[in-house]
Design a protein around this ligand. Structure first.
Ligand SMILES: Cc1cc2nc3c(=O)[nH]c(=O)nc-3n(C[C@H](O)[C@H](O)[C@H](O)COP(=O)(O)OP(=O)(O)OC[C@H]3O[C@@H](n4cnc5c(N)ncnc54)[C@H](O)[C@@H]3O)c2cc1C
Length: 402
């Protein structure tokens, strides 16, 4: 059976659905068919943000927003001038869904339920008239005489325009490759660091509000909250570090030395001087509460320092040793663990091969890309969905206008 149509979108995630809605709303007369290989649409939206869906981030300045993308920052600045978080908020608001911002900038639906976002998107797709087919997994896609031939078992679909919005699925990369697109090797991003030899594993749950982390060999640095876990280290600073270092640390097989500056001190000397001043002014007191009690005790133990004795009894040499440890405490990273709240893939369709005004291929006219299939990934906080909304909007707009 053969069917000819105007627009086909492959992939029923955030990017595919958003592209389909925009295209069909802009040109209601054209056919928009969406093919999803599984029997469930928007499955990542459902589990995202711990079931709350961190839809976007309250950052409304395109150039600042783009800084949250280890890959894609340069290319996304232009698109963010067309569709940015403010537009995402309005888009959902116009369809009856209000978003709220948390103190760290993450935006969630007021209901705190990802089902609200799913219902809204599915309703918009249905109202616009997007034709959705589940359990459709194309076997091959070919371009002949200006049209795309999509083989689905004994069915064949022929389309004038095609979107690949298949996320990080390997089949999507293969289709892109078969249509002439170079693929940057996919590697994981947004993970936590495993340090099996850490003497702090039993202190799991302790968090430090402001630490500076450096991966010594990869040469990446991040500052922010750090969380001790029973396998190593997590928390916003680690996740951001993993995103920026994703490719380099992959090359190192996830082995590197993590240097923790526990108090975010500018240098060990300053910290040493602070301890000396404390010793001079309050010689009978013990060490100041630079860190949570149990953690400070454990770090002192490693240097054979008894934290219970008065400062007057701690030699200056010992205080210098402590300052050096607090400033650059080394831990041997041996593996990674994917963060359960949000993980993404770095790598995918090479950005040079895509026109970011329309998301159209520079190699194969009529072919578009949206979402995570592209070599774009953001840090945690709603930036990855924003990429899906923005690139989906641009692709849908360009297709709907044709
Ligand atoms: C646990 C978890 C939580 C997350 N939480 C957040 C969050 O709160 N905020 C945030 O910004 N980001 C979050 N992310 C990241 C975010 O989910 C992704 O960046 C986003 O879903 C990408 O959208 P997409 O449409 O490009 O890809 P996907 O959501 O992966 O959708 C791709 C779709 O294409 C389908 N598909 C694949 N191959 C084929 C094929 N050959 N034929 C037909 N269909 C195909 C897939 O089945 C899937 O439905 C989270 C990720 C995870 C894993």
């Amino acid at each position: 059976m053969k069917r000819s149509t105007s627009n086909i979108i492959i992939g029923g995630g955030a990017a595919g659905i958003f592209t389909a809605i925009r295209c069909k709303e802009l040109d209601p007369t054209s056919e928009v068919i969406l093919l999803e290989k599984s029997n469930q649409l928007l499955s990542k939206v459902r589990i995202s943000g711990g079931g709350r869906c961190n839809v976007t981030h309250a950052c409304f300045e395109p150039s600042l927003l783009a800084k949250n993308y280890p890959r894609g920052a340069k290319e996304l600045i232009g698109p963010f001038h067309t569709f940015q978080p403010k537009d995402t908020v309005s888009w959902f608001q116009e369809r009856g869904v209000s978003l709220k911002a948390e103190s760290d900038g993450r935006m969630f639906p007021m209901t705190d339920s990802s089902e609200t976002i799913i219902d809204c998107l599915m309703q918009a797709a249905s109202t616009a008239g997007v034709e959705i087919h589940k359990k459709k997994n194309p076997l091959s896609i070919q371009k002949k005489e200006g049209q795309f031939f999509i083989q689905l078992g004994n069915e064949e679909l022929v389309a004038d325009q095609l979107v690949l919005a298949t996320g990080s699925s390997s089949s999507g990369y293969l289709f892109a490759k078969s249509l002439g697109h170079p693929i940057v090797e996919p590697v994981p991003s947004l993970f936590t660091l495993n340090v099996p030899t850490s003497p702090l594993l039993d202190l799991s749950g302790i968090s430090i509000p402001d630490a500076i982390l450096t991966l010594k060999t990869s040469n990446f640095r991040q500052r922010g909250p750090l969380l001790l876990t029973h396998w190593g280290f997590s928390g916003p600073a680690v996740l951001k570090l993993s995103a920026w270092a994703a490719r380099k640390i992959h090359e190192l097989d996830y082995r590197d030395t993590l240097l923790i500056n526990w108090t975010a001190s500018s240098n060990a000397e300053t910290l040493y001087q602070t301890l000396l001043q404390q010793k001079a002014s309050s010689p009978l007191q013990t060490l100041p509460p630079l860190l949570p009690h149990k953690l400070l005790h454990r770090l002192c133990e490693a240097l054979c320092i008894d934290p219970a004795i008065p400062l007057a009894k701690l030699p200056n040499k010992t205080l210098l040793q402590l300052a050096c440890k607090l400033h650059a405490d080394p831990y041997a990273v041996e593996e990674k663990t994917t963060y359960k709240q949000e993980f993404v893939t770095a790598g995918g369709v090479d950005l040079k091969s895509v026109d970011f005004k329309t998301m159209q291929s520079r190699i194969t006219p009529g072919l578009f890309f949206a979402g995570e299939i592209l070599n774009i990934d953001g840090v945690t906080g709603g930036f990855n969905f924003q990429n899906a909304w923005t690139t989906g909007w641009l692709a849908g707009t360009a297709m709907g206008k044709k």
